[in-house]
Write a protein that binds this ligand. Structure first.
Ligand SMILES: Cc1cc2nc3c(=O)[nH]c(=O)nc-3n(C[C@H](O)[C@H](O)[C@H](O)COP(=O)(O)O)c2cc1C
Length: 396
């Protein structure tokens, strides 16, 4: 695809997003505070993207489970509320979508069919479910039927398949299209790969060729240039960015710039627009902002605790010493955080060796995908009952 035809917006049914950029749902990460942090970065460019809430379970929502309900918090700046649901039972999924639309005013619902965690696939959920084409269709149809009166687009997110011998993504794309989904997002790995190896962008291109609905490409976007390259190589309608923005919310301003409409004379150079590398002083300000937003949404004590897991991502490659890093990873108040952040050299340049390198989960491939007994014997599963738990804490 030539540079000049890069998509400049994302259209999901009647919903239009200024940029073809989606923050991937990440359990334990993409809460209201983090979504706002990333959103603020895009606002600096005068545009917005789609920022998906961490996954919640359909059954948890329908049964008004306290943990689930607590996760359904939105920042006042979030004009487009986007939620990812996990579900294996069409009845729960339909009811949950109805609740999200009627009571929470969501503008977009995504359904998770990509989770590789054995605890989830053992029951036939997450990344295992698309093997049952009939059941997948029933779940998607239930979601679309519930969302249609509210004009809310439903999308699905999936992986290539169980493993290389059991690929499901092309069928999933067809089923998503037939049931009225507004788009399908593909993480170019199998469940067996988990987060290991490289995401297969050729599979994303194959899905683009296979369906008429928009395909969102996901996997291994570490820099804005990767996002542009993915869209150019695959013809995807947009990108879904996960681990690349861990500790780097400013990636969203780079992404906004990369997909911004070019001024004519700029066309030739757009893909190489260089990232706006923050010095440590700016990273420090973003860390403070992140902790502040977490404290606003969760209270200071819980907010600071939540912030701890982000410290090593923010400081990756910077010279900060071990003692300071350890203290930051134990921070329990905003004032303590301020004191510690003061110890960081604001003029330290961004460690360019970090650019383009993986961060977050990588893991190793699984020798086999844990599935319910006899799961592979029937590839339809219509009407099949797959147990749905109230809470699933891992979604990816
Ligand atoms: C900490 C973490 C949590 C995740 N949680 C979810 C989730 O709840 N739902 C989901 O569909 N994917 C989840 N994922 C997967 C990501 O959305 C994304 O598909 C994956 O990380 C690949 O994209 P990336 O290479 O841009 O990270 C998670 C990934 C990580 C690292």
């Amino acid at each position: 695809m030539p540079t000049s035809t890069l998509p400049q917006e994302l259209v999901l049914g009647s919903l239009r997003i200024d940029t073809p950029v989606v923050l991937a749902p990440m359990a334990g990460i993409t809460n209201a505070a983090y979504r706002r942090l990333c959103l603020e970065q895009m606002w600096r460019q005068g545009v917005s993207g789609l920022f998906v809430c961490e996954m919640i379970t359909s059954r948890g929502l329908v049964e008004r489970d306290a943990t689930t309900v607590q996760m359904l918090v939105f920042d006042e700046l979030e004009s487009i509320r986007s939620v990812q649901l996990y579900g294996t039972d069409p009845v729960y999924v339909g009811k949950a979508v109805e609740i999200l639309c009627a009571e929470y005013g969501v503008a977009h619902v995504d359904l998770n069919f990509g989770c590789p965690v054995p605890k989830v696939t053992r029951k036939g959920g997450g990344g295992a479910l698309p093997w049952k084409r009939g059941l997948l269709g029933e779940i998607l149809a239930a979601a679309v039927t519930a969302a249609t009166p509210y004009d809310v687009p439903v999308t699905m997110k999936t992986r290539k398949g169980l493993d290389d011998d059991h690929l499901t993504y092309l069928d999933a794309g067809r089923i998503a299209q037939e049931t009225g989904c507004a788009a399908i997002a593909l993480h170019g790995r199998t469940v067996a790969q988990s987060y290991s190896g490289l995401a297969d962008w050729d599979a994303i291109a194959a899905l683009v060729d296979h369906v008429d609905i928009p395909v969102l490409g996901n996997g291994d976007i570490w820099e804005a240039t990767d996002a542009v390259r993915m869209v150019e190589q695959t013809g995807a309608a947009g990108v879904v960015v996960g681990r690349g923005c861990l500790g780097r919310p400013w990636l969203f301003r780079d992404l906004a710039a990369a997909f911004a409409p070019p001024v004519v004379e700029e066309v030739a150079q757009r893909p190489s627009r260089s990232p706006t590398l923050p010095v440590l002083g700016e990273v420090r300000s973003m860390m403070r902002r992140h902790a502040e937003l977490l404290s606003k949404h969760l209270g200071e004590e819980r907010g600071c605790k939540e912030f701890r897991k982000h410290v090593s991502w923010y400081l990756k490659g910077f010279a900060a010493g071990g003692t300071l890093r350890r203290s930051l990873a134990l921070v329990d108040s905003l004032s303590a955080l301020d004191q510690l952040l003061d110890e960081l050299d604001p003029d330290e340049p961004f460690p360019v060796a970090e650019l383009g390198t993986p961060r977050g989960r990588q893991g190793s491939p699984r020798s086999r995908v844990v599935l319910p007994e006899g799961w592979l014997n029937d590839a339809d599963g219509s009407g099949q009952h797959v147990r749905e738990d109230t809470t699933e804490t891992t979604g990816g």
